[in-house]
Design a protein around this ligand. Structure first.
Ligand code: G1P
Length: 299
């Protein structure tokens, strides 16, 4: 059966984005016209996902509201003659089923994924981090390609990777490719290390927020002790599945599939600017404005 279930962890506190995230989830920050998590959901829907399980935490209710149908707003727009705005709400009508559960203690990404076990049970599933967009306007079909590989190769783990500059390896899970270590677009994933030092990093291939996992991961997660940052790391559970003989595959993002992770202000500002510049209505004017600003030497 094709994989149609994705787990979307959105429980993180967003402390690197304070004060913006004091009373709203970082996943609801706008990038261009839409909140981050809407891009993630639209990307997944385009890759054949029909069921989404969000792992939420305190203060994340606006994510549930965003994907719910808001009849009051629909009626208001109709009654005030602004039907044309209804198309902005089309995403509410996608044929998706939403499930929500709360991670009751902030014990890390691995623990968040483990919270999905009662729903996922013994099926393979996708994990898509709710704070990372793949490609401008989320046009990527990376998840569909990963699912295809997962099924064709009877894999246990497929992970998306993006090459990062060597000083950035400390921020990500980093791949150790198998064979001769020369990783092509699709490669054998021999091992994975969470946030290694520059010297210890086995490559510059960084986990890019999308995974396809067999349910074997749950037993591994149950046994995973806190790792980097004192958190139960998904990376460590994947590592133990691989060490137990599980088959792992890495897939590189293509150049037009850059990952925008909205975890800190630097990457958030870059993402917003790039999406705003790509906006069909406002992009051109913004480009001129930015040019004027930069020419004026105020940068
Ligand atoms: C998490 C993962 C890390 C991965 C990153 C981006 O880290 O633990 O392996 O590279 O997401 O996909 P975080 O950004 O939550 O610290």
């Amino acid at each position: 059966m094709a994989i149609d279930l994705a787990v979307v962890p959105v429980a993180g506190q967003g402390t690197r984005l304070l004060p913006s995230t004091k009373s709203q989830p970082k996943e609801m920050l706008p990038v261009g016209r839409k909140p981050v998590v809407q891009y993630v959901v639209e990307e997944l829907a385009n890759s054949g996902i029909h069921r989404l399980m969000f792992i939420t935490g305190p203060g994340k209710a606006s994510i549930e509201n965003h994907f719910d149908t808001n009849w009051e707003l629909i009626t208001f727009l109709r009654e005030t003659g602004r039907e044309e705005l209804l198309e902005e709400l089309d995403f509410e009508r996608q044929s998706l089923e939403y499930f929500y559960t709360r991670q009751r203690r902030q014990l890390g990404l691995g623990h968040a994924v483990l919270c999905a076990r009662p729903l996922v049970d013994d099926q393979p599933f996708v994990v898509a981090l709710g704070d990372s967009i793949i490609g401008v306007n989320a046009q990527s079909d990376i998840v569909a390609r990963m699912v295809e590989r997962f099924e064709a190769e009877s894999a246990d783990v497929v992970v998306a990777f993006e090459e990062v500059p060597s000083q950035d390896v400390v921020r990500y899970g980093i791949a150790s490719p198998g064979g001769d270590g020369q990783a092509g677009d699709i490669f054998e994933l021999a091992d994975l290390v969470e946030k290694p030092s520059v010297d210890e990093a086995p490559s510059r291939l960084a986990v890019a927020a999308r995974y396809v996992l067999s349910p074997r991961i749950f037993d591994a997660l149950e046994k995973t002790e806190p790792g980097k940052g004192g958190e139960i790391q998904l990376t460590d559970a994947i590592r133990s599945v691989l060490a137990d003989g599980g088959r792992g595959i890495g897939i590189r993002l293509q150049p037009d599939e850059r990952r925008f992770d909205i975890g800190n202000f630097g990457s958030y500002f870059r993402a917003f600017t790039e999406f705003a510049l790509a906006d069909p209505r406002y992009g051109r004017g913004l480009r001129e404005h930015l040019r004027d600003l930069l020419d004026g030497g105020t940068s």
